[in-house]
Design a protein around this ligand. Structure first.
Ligand SMILES: NC(=O)C1=CN([C@@H]2O[C@H](COP(=O)(O)OP(=O)(O)OC[C@H]3O[C@@H](n4cnc5c(N)ncnc54)[C@H](O)[C@@H]3O)[C@@H](O)[C@H]2O)C=CC1
Ligand SMILES: N[C@@H](CC=O)C(=O)O
Length: 353
């Protein structure tokens, strides 16, 4: 039985949900997946940091009501989030990066990933910043150090769009994609259709754990722009940067725009898309579109996302599933660890007695 020691960087909705899953499902994973997870370190801007080489009890971590700097009370703990020390020195096989997404330069998460990979630790992350902005460099660094950089949850949370498209649609010749790639804005549009005002709908999305720390990223389209860059670079072989993708969000849509659409049997959706042009270049865009109700994406509601992949050999292949949510996104981290486990590339994972 393999035990992966993991270090959690960021202990908000997603990593806390991963700890919850560990507390509830480690035994099941031992039986069905052939490994279990052991949390040996946690670092969070608000709570501080802690290293425990023998492992922290996941249930206690989730249930304890820590105040600001509260990890300082734990053995091996500090009231400060000393990410660099934690990442470089904790006896972890895998660093799980789930701090805030910074859409400008991806920092400090890019550095978190670098420190981990340079010290021979795999990285699994749901953070879109490092993936959209530095994926090539981080993948090269992972390769040079014999470890993996995995990020399924960066697009469509636990719905396996990246791995599915890469592995099971290999050879289908992808020409482009379009989709609903932000759970918060899709949820907000649906709540506005039901008569709620914009601010209250955003507040609900925050309470449900869908929104970014700054929900402007969701409603202004910046989050979708990162996801378009990630999918275009990963699946279409592009080299887009966020600033290459035109971007308009949903904040300009008024209740009367929503009502007018309903009267005309249509619905507003925030669509992220990319297309390969005849000259081989790739163009990406983010904008609200009024879709007729018979459009395949018009019926995708709530925090559900969907992406329609336009392929030469199969035509459109559409993947639908959760696009946001704490547990749903924690599942993406598990799926990354399953991918790492299946290739048997862990440098230091231990066989339990
Ligand atoms: N919640 C969701 O549905 C999804 C979230 N994501 C991404 O996953 C990441 C985590 O999301 P959530 O857990 O929902 O966010 P969150 O805002 O609930 O938690 C983030 C945590 O990271 C901590 N943090 C921020 N900067 C830090 C730093 N420099 N060092 C240490 N800790 C730091 C914060 O104190 C907070 O506890 C974000 O990048 C988000 O964009 C991706 C897919 C879906
Ligand atoms: N805030 C994002 C979370 C997932 O990336 C969203 O709402 O889709």
């Amino acid at each position: 039985m393999t035990v992966y020691n993991i270090a959690l960087i960021g202990f908000g909705g997603v990593n806390r949900a991963l700890a919850e899953l560990i507390a509830a499902k480690n035994q099941l994973w031992e039986r069905d997946l052939g490994f279990r997870l052991n949390i040996v370190a946690v670092s969070d801007l608000y709570l501080g940091s802690v290293i425990s080489p023998n492992g922290l009890d996941a249930r206690t971590l989730v249930e304890a009501k820590f105040e600001k700097g509260g990890f300082g009370q734990l053995s091996g703990g500090s009231a400060e989030a000393d990410n660099e020390t934690i990442i470089k020195t904790a006896p972890a096989d895998i660093v799980v990066e789930a701090t805030f997404t910074n859409p400008k330069d991806g920092e400090p998460a890019v550095s978190h990933c670098r420190w981990a990979l340079e010290t021979g630790k795999h990285v699994v992350t749901t953070n879109k910043g490092p993936v959209a902005i530095e994926a090539q460099a981080l993948k090269a660094l992972a390769k040079a150090n014999g470890v993996r950089f995995e990020y399924e949850g960066a697009v469509m949370s636990g719905t396996p769009v990246i791995r599915m498209a890469e592995k099971t649609l290999a050879g289908a010749e992808l020409k482009g994609f379009e989709g609903i790639l932000n759970g918060t804005s899709n949820f907000v549009l649906g709540r506005m259709e039901a008569g709620l005002d914009f601010a209250s709908a955003v507040k609900e999305a925050q309470e449900l754990g869908y929104a970014e720390a700054d929900p402007t990223a969701d409603v202004e389209g910046f989050d979708v722009r990162l996801k378009v860059v990630i999918l275009a670079n990963e699946l279409l072989g592009a080299s887009l940067k966020p600033e290459d993708v035109s971007c308009k969000g949903i904040s300009g849509l008024s209740p009367s725009d929503i009502e007018d659409a309903a009267q005309a049997n249509s619905r507003w959706k925030l669509i992220g898309a990319a297309v390969r042009n005849d000259d081989g270049s790739v163009t990406g865009s983010v904008a609200p579109r009024r879709l007729s109700l018979d459009h395949p994406l018009a019926g995708v509601n709530g925090a559900t996302n969907a992406v329609s992949l336009d392929t030469e050999l199969l035509g459109a292949v559409t993947i639908t599933g959760p696009g946001a949510g704490r547990i749903e996104t924690a599942y993406a981290l598990l799926s990354d660890i399953v991918a790492i486990h299946s290739t048997g590339t862990s440098p230091i994972a231990k066989e339990a007695a």
